[in-house]
Design a protein around this ligand. Structure first.
Ligand code: CU
Length: 261
């Protein structure tokens, strides 16, 4: 882009001098007589078409269609609603609990099925998502109401969240920090305020956040997967919330087949 900018700027200055009024007091209505400019313009169109169709579009298709291996990636469900982003994390068991719109209440915004054992350790957060640095993140998008667009400008990625669809997208954060999540589709009156926060943590900070969320969710016994914080502990997790009581209900064994099929 820099080369184009300099090139076109030089051409613009050349044209200003070459076709100045002093040299051409009367306008020439016939214009260019040689065929050079036609050939030049045709060549530019051809080169740009080759760059776009031959390189840019296939490279971009490769980037968005080739997903990183799921064993290395963090998998998260993002659900848009007017006017917020909800995030559903599978918890230590790595399994997403079943969701059904019939279970949606104020305290259960995603409609997690309370009878599904896979959902017992799931985490649901509103507006703020943490991910560890240097690991691919796969986000599966959906929406509770209208079409939204999960847009991460800093990660150079965006995708529509469409009710009834599960649309995957991925990115890999390479720098810790706090970034903005915006809604990229005009989705209603509150669209302007439909923002969220993406926090890219170091791995120990991420584990601490997971632990804190698990404690808030009342699953205090949830072990943080692969998180032995050795050495000086960075950012210790916040003190336990006294209001959050661990649930003592035993988990339903996942092996027994459900009578409902
Ligand atoms: Cu929206």
């Amino acid at each position: 882009m820099g080369a184009l900018f300099v090139g076109w700027s030089l051409f613009f200055i050349f044209v200003l001098i070459r076709f100045r009024k002093g040299r051409h007091p009367a306008a020439d209505h016939a214009g260019v007589r040689s065929g050079i400019s036609t050939h030049l313009e045709f060549s530019v169109v051809l080169i740009e078409a080759v760059l776009l169709l031959g390189f840019a579009i296939p490279l971009w298709a490769k980037r968005v269609n080739e997903f990183p291996p799921t064993k290395d990636a963090i998998l998260i469900h993002a659900v848009g609603q007017q006017f917020n982003w909800n995030f559903h994390l599978p918890g230590p068991d790595g399994q997403f609990g079943r969701r059904d719109v019939g279970f949606v209440t104020n305290s259960n915004p995603l409609g997690l099925d309370p009878n599904d054992p896979a959902g017992k350790d799931d985490l649901v957060t509103l507006g703020e998502l943490h991910v560890p640095v240097d690991r691919p993140v796969i986000i599966e998008l959906s929406s509770k109401d209208v079409i939204h667009n999960f847009c991460l400008p800093h990660m150079r990625i965006a995708a529509d969240a469409i009710p009834g669809s599960l649309i995957p997208m991925w990115f890999k954060p390479i720098k810790t920090g706090t970034y903005e999540i915006v809604c990229g589709q005009l989705c209603g009156l509150g669209h302007y305020g439909m923002k969220g926060t993406l926090v890219v943590d170091s791995p120990p900070e991420y584990q601490a956040w997971l632990k804190e969320r698990a404690e808030l969710a009342g699953t205090q016994n949830a072990p943080a997967p692969g998180a032995p914080p050795a050495g000086p502990a960075p950012a210790p997790p916040k003190t336990e919330n006294p209001a959050a009581k661990p649930e003592s209900k035993p988990l339903v064994p996942a092996a027994s087949p459900s009578p409902n099929g």
